[in-house]
Design a protein around this ligand. Structure first.
Ligand SMILES: [Zn+2]
Length: 455
């Protein structure tokens, strides 16, 4: 049995046994703002001691910037530490690793959204933390040991989230049916047999499941499934109303949808409660800041770049990691009783901002227009540079015959004030672009400005 290098406090902060987790919100989440801050400050200092002792990168990074654990006297002193970027992580991969090979029991990786996929090594303690994190997340979305989850994502291909759902459901004492991705027929056959109460699904796949049910006379509205944990795609606008994708689902199947946001690097999920007003931060697992372009914190409710510091991670802990994701943090108390901050929907990736014909937007705003037209079946957005160094946008799509290009053009003008270049292509061609065979996810965006393929 491998002993943990350091005892972290999340094990004490929360209720980790499967018997009481379902009934109790961990005390720290209902504590006052001051208590949460004091708690996080203490945890943060442990993290700094740990990374100085174990990470070649942070040892050097702190030395160069004259940072020691004593630099941090209050939580806001975190701002004295220069943030690290995805580029730093890619360039110095193993210098971030804090555990020797004989302690690493899982090698997960990122989906390779930006350049090379990044390996995230995990120790026994990290897997326990991941289980705790996901149990908290599922419980936040109303889960308990009575729940039976049907998982419609992959669990292999080094996918951390798939593993997290399994471990989290187990920690919660809930049931789990691992059907895996795709194959609507098998999903519905399993639903009929096992009677799961909740699906864990990518929202656009949920639409496909509904389509299949409708064309095969499956009475999905009166079945066992009573909620969906939505992953990978946003279902809400910044004001928490449903976006086009969320609306399309709700119009067909009016069951509770819980949005969740997570990433492999942070190994932590932000999941909505019943209030549906942003994903809750769990203070025993992560510290989150929202920074402007100059690296200064913005006030609550204002969008900026999510920057995180992980708590309690042994393998690849991160201190002030700039995620590249743009969102706002909301700090007013939530009706669920938690006093923890919540993250609003991700509006885009920082470096993916498009400057196009005098207007600026992030790719999800383009997806939103395409998702709002039911006639569009598949699409891919390509961004590239023109000869003057400006951005160009090309949308390739496949649609039902009833859709005229003018309807699409009008929709773009109304929402974004400009229309990208449009190209209607065959289903076969679009499928080969969107599902190239090597990706864990559908490729909706190709950003050729920096030769990056975004998945
Ligand atoms: Zn809440």
């Amino acid at each position: 049995m491998k002993k943990s290098i350091w005892k972290t406090d999340w094990q004490n902060a929360g209720e980790t046994s499967s018997n009481n987790m379902e009934k109790t919100i961990p005390p720290i989440e209902k504590a006052s703002y001051v208590e949460i801050e004091t708690y996080q400050l203490n945890e943060l200092r442990k993290v700094l001691h740990y990374v100085i002792g174990h990470s070649a990168f942070y040892k050097e990074h702190f030395k160069r910037n004259n940072i020691s654990p004593d630099t941090i006297q209050r939580l806001s002193d975190l701002q004295k530490i220069p943030p690290v970027s995805k580029h730093d992580l890619q360039k110095h991969q193993k210098d971030f690793w804090c555990a020797p090979t004989d302690r690493i029991i899982e090698y997960t990786n990122t989906s390779g959204t930006e350049g090379e996929a990044l390996t995230v090594p995990m120790t026994e303690s990290d897997l326990k933390r991941l289980a705790y994190n996901e149990a908290l997340s599922l419980a936040c979305a109303g889960g308990s040991s009575k729940e039976i989850y049907q998982l419609t994502t992959t669990v292999d291909r080094r996918f951390m989230a798939g593993l997290a759902y399994i471990l989290g459901a187990r920690e919660l004492g809930a049931g789990m049916v691992r059907v895996g991705p795709g194959i609507p027929q098998l999903q519905w056959k399993t639903i009929a047999e096992i009677q799961p109460t909740a699906l864990i699904a990518v929202p656009s796949f949920l639409l496909k499941l509904i389509d299949y049910a409708e064309s095969n006379d499956i009475d999905y509205k009166n079945g066992s499934v009573k909620k969906v944990i939505c992953i990978g795609e946003s279902i809400r606008n910044s004001d928490f109303s449903y976006n086009a994708l969320g609306q399309r689902i709700k119009e067909k199947w009016d069951i509770p949808l819980y949005s969740t946001y997570a990433s492999t690097e942070m190994a932590t999920a932000f999941t909505e409660c019943d209030a549906g007003r942003g994903g809750h931060l769990h203070p025993e697992l992560i510290i989150a800041e929202i920074l402007d372009d100059e690296g200064n914190p913005v006030v609550a409710g204002v969008e900026g770049e999510l920057t995180i510091t992980t708590l309690g991670i042994e393998g690849l802990p991160l201190v002030r990691f700039r995620t590249g994701d743009i969102c706002a943090m909301h700090t007013e108390p939530c009706s669920c009783g938690r006093n923890t901050a919540r993250l609003g929907p991700i509006v885009g990736r920082k470096h993916q901002m498009i400057k196009y014909k005098g207007t600026t937007c992030y790719p999800p705003a383009i997806f939103e227009v395409l998702d709002s037209l039911e006639e569009i079946i598949y699409y891919q957005v390509e961004i590239y540079s023109n000869e003057y160094g400006g951005d160009e946008v090309m949308v390739r799509y496949n649609a039902q015959e009833s859709l005229f290009e003018k309807a699409l053009t009008d929709r773009f003008r109304a929402s974004l004030r400009v229309t990208p270049k449009l190209e209607r292509i065959s289903q076969e061609t679009i499928l080969s672009l969107v599902f190239p065979g090597t990706s864990r996810k559908a490729v909706k965006l190709v950003d050729r400005r920096s030769q990056l393929v975004i998945k």
